[in-house]
Design a protein around this ligand. Sequence first.
Ligand code: PEP
Length: 262
Amino acid sequence: VQLIVGNWKMHGTRSRARELAKAIASGKLPAGVMLSVAPPFPFLDAVGQELAGTSIGLAAQTCAVEKEGAFTGEVSAEMLASMGCMQVIVGHSERRALFHETDEVVAKKLRAALRAGINPIVCVGETLAERDAGRHEEVVARQVKAALDGLDAKTLERIVLAYEPVWAIGTGRVATPEQAGAMHARARATVSEVVTPGAAKAVVILYGGSVKPDNMAALAATPGIDGALVGGASLDAKNFLAIAENAVKGEASRKSLETKRT
Ligand code: PEP
C-alpha cells in the first residue's frame, strides 16, 4: 500500500481549501493507496468537514513542542488532535532552514505528537551542498538517528519517515528512483541500528521533492519507496489523484517484477 500525503504549505484561502478538499474527496481512489492532506492550521476545520466520512486523513504541517501555555502563536499537538488530525509533519526542511528547527527540536516535536496520539511524519534530507560534498548519507543517518533515538519498535509503528532532498523540493528537479532508493535504504539501515531490524523492515518511508503524476510510477516501482510527500502538485486535485493512481501502478509493476524474479 502506498501512502500519499499532500503538504499544502502556506497556500490558499478558506474557500479554496474547502474546494480542494471537496474535489479530492470526490475523486475515485484505486485500492492500494492511502491519502492524507495537510492544510494550513486555520483551514483544518473546514477541510476536516469536507473529508468526514471519507478514508482521506487530515494532517498538520507542524506542531509545538509544548502542550499548552504562554507560547503566543503556537499550536500544540493536543489542539491538532482535538481538530481531528491523525498525522503531523515534523522536521520539514522549510521548518529546519527558515525557522531554525534543529534535530533536537524535531525530536521533541515528534514526541509531542506521540504524546497527543497523533502519528508523526518525520522529514529528513540533505542540501545540495551536502550532496555535492558526498555527505548525503551521513546527514540523513544523523537526522534519522536524532529523531528516533530511544524509541522502541512498537512506537515506530506509528511513525512515517519522509526522505526529502532539499535540492528537489519545489525545484522541479526530482531525485532519480536510484538516488531515492539508495537513500531510503540508508534511512532504513539507520532505523535498524537505532531501533530494531524488524522496525526497519516495517517502517513506511515516503519520498518527497518535485513529485508529479509523471514521475510517481517510477518512484513507487522502486524497492523501499512506500509513497510520497507532495508539495506543489498536491494543490491541484487532478494532479494529486493522478499521483495516487500512478503510485498504485508503480507498486504493482514492482510486485510483478519481484514475482518474476522468485
Ligand atoms: C514538500 O514540501 O514536502 C515537497 C516535496 O514539495 P514539492 O513537491 O513542491 O517539491
